[in-house]
Design a protein around this ligand. Structure first.
Ligand SMILES: Nc1ncnc2c1ncn2[C@@H]1O[C@H](COP(=O)(O)OP(=O)(O)O)[C@@H](O)[C@H]1O
Ligand SMILES: [Mg+2]
Length: 461
């Protein structure tokens, strides 16, 4: 765009020079004609005529030289008013340098200069100078522009512009004194708004989840102090329920703390060398008791060789524990939870091993791993299968959202916080890994995760 503006300015200078030469010739010619007339009629003598001609020539020459500094090139360029020819010293360079979408409007309300960011957003075309009202829909912004054009504004105006259901911009409108243009700079508020909404939703959800067990606890305390004060026999039952509720509260708090810890470490990439083989052994051993309690067989098979990754041990253990405990919780009674893991020569093979093993299943990638371009990056994968009821297709995209639980598990007896998969997803993102789910109604569900591995001498599983 600056190329176009620079060419325009050069053309303007050439044309102004031509006009000045023309004026010079016309002036001298007119004066000469008058002198010849006076000379022929005998009103003046030859000497006077020559002196007058020299004087006229000097005046015309002075005009020619003087006009070069007085006349701005843009004032006469191609018949376009001076205010809409952007010169490199006013409009184009400052706008180009701005990292935000920005454009200028003249006093005729035409968009006369804009940068590439504004070009994309307003879908501008640099061959036309549209009226602001034809490309801007927001009444608030149009009226602020109108105000800046017709009134003197001392400080920049700022208006919010709704550009869609979930898109908000702030426009900063300024008109520097002594400049006949209005500058509009746009700032995208959408990510800020989205983050603020997510934060407040999160707080609302967390408070709601905490209030439920708290209400139950305080209800029982009231009952035991009041109506059931002397009914010591029912106290045992009340205390059992109170223990379950307080356990639920402490699980919720510990999940919330995990989530916040992971979020706060998100900017720092994991640095330690860890062994997924060892992590799998510790993670599964910790859940054997839980599986026994529920009559579930835990079948673990993987390589005995080390599976080195750069990772955070505590976080990876949480991934394994969350997936296996879900599988145990949702598995049918006397069923089997199968845990498999291994090494893959690249991320896409790992993804297939972790998330695509059954025919006639619904599959969904819940977190896409970022593949490095170039030669394949080795990876480690883990798959946890259960023999549960399966998960209906409509729920799949929302698994991994904080507090999301399927209707089945919300209404059922299985307790949970709805934070486990969100924690897994965050941790896998922190490790540049991926996460997928595969499910078949009546058969079961399988959750798979994979992450980049360090190269090792011996390949294969
Ligand atoms: N293995 C599974 N089988 C069936 N449903 C599952 C399984 N794992 C997770 N889900 C569904 O996903 C939801 C979210 O899981 P999660 O975040 O771990 O929360 P929680 O286990 O605390 O309910 C669960 O409530 C359940 O509805
Ligand atoms: Mg869970």
């Amino acid at each position: 765009m600056s190329e176009v503006l620079a060419n325009g300015a050069r053309k303007g200078v050439r044309r102004a020079t031509t006009l000045r030469v023309r004026d010079f010739i016309v002036l001298v010619s007119c004066f000469t004609a008058v002198l010849i007339l006076l000379l022929v009629t005998g009103s003046i003598g030859l000497i006077e005529a020559i002196v007058a001609l020299i004087a006229a020539g000097a005046v015309a020459a002075a005009y020619y030289v003087g006009s070069a500094t007085v006349l701005p090139a843009s004032a006469v360029s191609d018949g376009v008013p001076a205010s809409i020819v952007p010169s490199s010293s006013t409009a184009s360079i400052p706008l180009k340098a701005l990292p935000l979408p920005a454009f200028e409007i003249d006093l005729d309300e035409r968009i006369v200069a804009f940068n590439a960011e504004a070009e994309d957003i307003l879908r501008l075309d640099n061959r036309v100078r549209p009226r602001a009202s034809t490309v801007i829909r927001s009444p608030a912004l149009l009226s602020a522009i109108d105000k800046a054009i017709h009134e003197k504004i001392d400080a920049p105006l700022s208006v919010e512009v709704d550009a869609g259901p979930n898109e908000t911009w702030r426009a900063h409108i300024s008109r520097p004194s002594d400049i006949d243009r209005v500058l509009i700079v746009l700032e995208d508020l959408t990510p800020l708004r989205r983050a603020a909404r997510a934060r407040s939703d999160f707080i609302a959800n967390a408070s709601h989840e905490l209030r439920t067990p708290l209400t139950a606890l305080s209800g029982f305390i009231e009952t035991m102090r009041g109506p059931a004060k002397d009914d010591k026999e029912s106290w045992g039952r009340f205390l059992d329920i109170m223990a379950v509720e307080s356990e639920r509260m402490s699980r919720l708090i510990s999940d919330l703390l995990s989530l916040s810890r992971i979020e706060s470490s998100e900017q720092v990439a994991p640095r330690d060398q860890e062994d997924v083989q060892e992590i799998m052994s510790s993670g599964t051993a910790a859940l054997e008791g839980f599986a026994d309690e529920r009559g579930i067989r835990l079948d673990v098979s993987g390589t005995d060789a080390p599976l080195p990754v750069i990772g955070n041990r505590d976080e990876l253990i949480q991934v394994v524990e969350n997936l296996i405990s879900n599988a145990i919780k949702y598995c049918r009674k006397d069923g089997t939870v199968r845990v498999t893991y291994g090494f893959a020569s690249d991320m896409s093979e790992a993804r297939a091993r972790a998330g695509q093993a059954w025919d006639d299943s619904e599959r969904m990638t819940l977190l896409q791993s970022i593949n490095r371009p170039g030669p394949g990056e080795p990876a480690v994968w883990v798959r946890v299968e259960d023999e549960g009821p399966g998960i209906e297709r409509e729920h799949l995209p929302r698994l991994g959202e904080r507090f999301y639980r399927t209707d089945q598990s919300r209404g059922g007896k299985i307790t949970g916080t709805g934070l486990g998969l969100a924690i897994v997803k965050h941790i896998m993102a922190h490790h540049r890994g991926g996460m997928a789910v595969e499910t078949a109604m009546g058969k079961g569900s399988a959750f798979g995760v994979w992450l980049p591995a360090m190269r090792r001498e011996t390949g294969g599983v």
